[in-house]
Design a protein around this ligand. Structure first.
Ligand code: NAD
Length: 347
């Protein structure tokens, strides 16, 4: 995986451009990253190939078939070919959508990721999962496709809102919870109101993901542990998009991790006192939704998730901090019971 950090990332991209002689460079941004990230990014390069900017609306709704179709049309009209390069400059929506667009256009054209949100830096842009949402389900259509280069430039975080920092922080905490107690303790100490990590902390987090992905690129086994908190988290995220104020991906994952910790206590021997401490800490940063969840809707979303079969839920649980186990079959009622206990403050 060609993962580079800081100024090294920019110079690697520059030398890739000089070597590869691309016919055109397509930069995919959303409306925000177009405005606040693209101008400073372009200043680093003097010798770019012919450039086209593709802009999408910001937000999860853009990870859709209709937006993808518009982008395919744009690529055709602007004469993209297999010698073109796609550069995804944005958060996880841009890297998921742009990676899938690149993977499917003309059976695949090269792409690179310069993630601009914390969540995309530590998680979404790394690991070759690309895709879009379909119907009520997250990431239902997609492909594994490797970016030629992933460049992590933490300066982009200067314009990111606290809410989006919190969203990325949740995935960093997850990396600690599933794989490294030391990373968890360190990341936990960031300021809850403005969790801006250092470059070293970003590197440590993304290295955990990179190691897991290298061992199991197609998620046949160990990689599943990266889904900790996502069984409930993804269902909540999809459900929240039907509400007036949807929750961010990381916020839903953080709440999903609280639920998964409770299930881990019941089914995996996780120490109850430690789970309570972590849940308490998470609850201070991530509020429960201010809308009521429908059990039936969540059940449909959870059981329709591609990782589950029928009514049995396949979950990632923890034996302890840094010790994740996968493929644990759990009854939906147990998961739902954990959510209800937590949200009603019965823990
Ligand atoms: N492929 C994977 O492995 C993977 C892993 C985790 C999450 N994801 C996906 O990632 C998506 C969430 O990513 P996200 O949280 O980055 O969401 P996002 O892409 O919607 O970005 C969040 C918001 O931050 C803005 N933004 C991004 N960078 C900015 C910057 N530097 N300054 C100011 N504003 C900026 C965006 O415009 C957007 O409004 C979800 O769709 C999730 O499913 C994918």
């Amino acid at each position: 995986m060609a993962l580079y950090f800081g100024s090294k990332a920019l110079s690697k991209f520059d030398s890739l451009l000089q070597k590869a002689n691309y016919s055109k460079l397509f930069i995919l941004c959303d409306e925000n990253t177009h405005e606040v990230c693209l101008p400073s990014f372009l200043q680093h390069f003097s010798n770019l190939p012919p450039l086209e900017i593709l802009e999408i609306e910001a937000g999860e709704e853009s990870k859709s078939l209709s937006v993808l179709e518009q982008l395919w049309h744009s690529l055709s009209e602007l004469e993209a070919d297999r010698h073109s390069l796609i550069l995804n400059l944005g958060g996880g929506v841009v890297s998921d959508l742009g990676g899938f667009m690149a993977a499917t256009f003309m059976r695949g054209i090269p792409f690179i990721n310069f993630p601009t949100s914390l969540l995309a830096m530590v998680d979404a842009s790394v690991g070759a999962k690309t895709g879009i949402n379909f119907g009520p389900f997250k990431n239902r259509l997609g492909a594994f496709a490797d970016a030629q280069l992933i460049g992590i430039v933490p300066e982009f975080l200067e314009t990111l809102s606290n809410e989006e920092l919190l969203s990325g922080w949740a995935e960093m905490l997850k990396h600690g919870l599933i794989a490294s107690s030391q990373h968890f303790q360190e990341i936990k100490n960031l300021d809850k109101r403005h969790p801006l990590p250092t470059l070293a902390q970003i590197k440590a987090s993304v290295t955990i993901k990179e190691r897991i992905v290298k061992n199991d690129p197609r998620e046949m086994g160990e990689r599943k542990i990266l889904n900790f908190g996502h069984t409930f988290g993804h269902a909540l995220e999809s459900y929240s998009h039907l509400q007036e104020a949807p929750l961010s991906h990381g916020h839903c994952v953080a709440l999903g991790m609280m639920v998964a910790l409770d299930v881990s206590v019941k089914h995996c021997g996780f120490a109850s006192a430690e789970a309570k401490m972590i849940q308490h800490f998470l609850r201070e940063a991530y509020a429960w939704p201010n809308f009521e969840l429908s059990r039936d809707a969540i059940f449909k979303l959870v059981s329709g998730d591609k990782k589950n079969r029928g009514s049995t839920i396949n979950m990632v649980l923890l034996k302890g901090v840094g010790e994740a186990v996968y493929n644990r079959e759990i009854e939906f009622e147990s998961l739902w019971g954990s959510y209800q206990n937590l949200v009603n403050g019965a823990d």
